[in-house]
Design a protein around this ligand. Structure first.
Ligand SMILES: *Cc1c(COP(=O)(O)O)cnc(C)c1O
Length: 475
């Protein structure tokens, strides 16, 4: 019986030509390419077919599902899905400041404007305006990087993973690189030091143990085949307890006494000492240079708060060799990134301004008072617009730095907690995530938590809209 009804319904699905002849569809044809419309209708009808096939009791299906009026909004949504960008802005209410999955660092307005200007017009990207001939794209940021870090020379590439690969390939292909076993890290996204080393053509020479490595371990490993001593900043984990690491300064002394270079992969690469702003101490790029590193690499979009980039600073003799490595051409930075990076670096000429204005640093250094005020403002706004159906509170919690930086530091913060009267917190979290724009929140103990640290000053109304719409949809 059910099977017969199912067959009957399946035969009632309107055909493609019938749908396409409707005036609404003809009108859509003036706005969207035919292929897009055909695909949207095909998907809408497939969806209807699936509904009929999978319905447990076809007798319970509402016959209106066959009507054009019911199908049209689905076709429209399928069209929207195809013509609108998939990469969309979201609201980060997770409290993770450098959230790799949500795009890491937000750029300062200066950087955004510079990117727009350079993309709208021709530029002197690789043109020397004084000599009137070909120039180098790297000159634009080299001087400011040297000035900020005290390095002799600098080069920027696509990201820090590329920077590490390029340096190892240039300095150590076919020869040995000495690394402590405690620093053979894996960064998210399958970046593993031993694998990158392998791909660079360098040979990994592990020394010491997971928790303790001594200067004598490095010294004993130096031989004919040694090209480099590498220190990797263990940015995304900490080894606690009975541990020992060799200071960069000592490694540099050892390496130099054997006429070898020493490199530090700093990972996050901070340009200012954040302990002045209430965070733990992280080594800065200028300290690494001062302590004798010949080459230092770090990311542009972690603690530095710029666009995705890999920054290489160090002694002129090495940086010049790295620049002319043919692999550099494959890893090169594009002009938009270069523009964003240059503007971000210029902000660091005034350290207090950088800490206050670069979004990543501003979010990391909010005072307790600022966070409290932000939470009060937002919770009041939500209560005013949504008086019933939801319990709204504010409480203390902790945010994370993210981006493989400060793995153990928890930043005290304020969160808005939402508990819907109907339905679960998980359902509300999903609806917020599927909203426009998506709001990414956390769930803890049957409550949705919105961390005010990473919510933008101008995102309050969008959040209230999102919550309101989610509740209106019901559980
Ligand atoms: C993050 C990180 C990398 C990779 O940097 P990307 O800019 O993400 O490519 C490499 N090494 C360390 C130590 C890191 O923390």
């Amino acid at each position: 019986m059910a099977q017969q009804l199912r067959q009957k319904y399946l035969s009632q699905i309107p055909n493609m030509d019938h749908i396409l002849s409707k005036p609404e569809m003809v009108q859509l044809g003036n706005r969207y390419p035919r292929g897009i419309i055909l695909e949207a209708v095909r998907r809408g009808l497939d969806h209807l077919r699936q509904t009929i096939i999978t319905a447990r009791d076809p007798a319970k299906l509402d016959e209106s599902i066959f009507s054009f009026e019911h199908l049209l909004p689905q076709f429209m949504e399928e069209i929207e899905n195809q013509v609108n960008p998939r990469l969309r802005r979201v609201i980060n209410a997770t409290g993770v400041v450098i959230h790799t999955n949500l795009g890491r660092s937000l750029l300062h307005e200066d950087a955004i404007e510079h990117i727009a200007g350079v993309s709208r017009h021709y530029s002197n990207l690789e043109f020397n305006l004084v000599q009137g001939k070909r120039g180098s794209r790297y000159t634009h940021v080299e001087q400011i990087l040297c000035r900020l870090t005290g390095a002799e020379a600098a080069l920027v590439v696509n990201n820090n993973a590329a920077a590490v690969l390029l340096v190892l390939n240039t300095i150590a292909a076919g020869r040995e690189v000495i690394v402590s076993r405690g620093q053979l890290v894996e960064i998210g996204g399958a970046f593993r030091i031993p694998d990158v080393m392998n791909r660079s053509g360098a040979i990994l020479r592990e020394v010491g143990t997971t928790n303790r490595t001594h200067l004598s371990d490095y010294e004993a490993a130096i031989g004919e085949g040694t090209a480099l001593i590498l220190k990797v900043h263990t940015s995304n984990f900490r080894i606690m307890g009975f541990t020992s690491e060799v200071e960069l300064r000592e490694l540099a002394e050892l390496a130099h006494s054997h006429h070898l270079p020493v490199m530090e992969d700093l990972g996050s690469g901070c340009l200012i000492d954040l302990s002045k702003y209430g965070l733990d101490r992280e080594p800065t790029a200028q300290e690494a240079i001062k302590e004798g590193a010949d080459v230092v690499t770090f990311s542009g979009d972690k603690l530095m708060g710029g666009p995705q980039a890999g920054i290489i600073i160090g002694k002129g003799e090495y940086v010049e060799r790295i620049k002319v490595n043919p692999l550099n051409r494959a890893l090169r930075i594009d002009k938009l990134t270069l523009a964003g990076l240059e503007s971000t670096l210029l902000l660091y000429l005034d350290e207090t301004r950088a800490a206050r204005e670069i979004p990543t640093l501003r979010m990391l250094t909010y005072s307790h008072d600022e966070l409290r005020k932000r939470a009060q403002r937002l919770s009041r706004k939500i209560r005013a617009r949504i008086p019933t159906g939801l319990r709204i509170g504010v409480r203390d919690d902790v945010s994370q730095v993210g981006g493989g930086a400060y793995p153990v530091q928890l930043l005290p913060t304020k969160v808005i907690c939402l508990k819907p009267d109907h339905g679960s917190a998980l359902q509300l979290e999903r609806k917020l995530r599927e909203g426009k724009p998506p709001i990414i929140a956390r769930v803890s103990k049957e409550e949705v938590l919105l961390d005010v640290r990473t919510i933008g000053d101008d995102e309050g109304d969008l959040i209230v809209d999102g919550i309101e719409k989610s509740l209106r949809q019901g559980p």
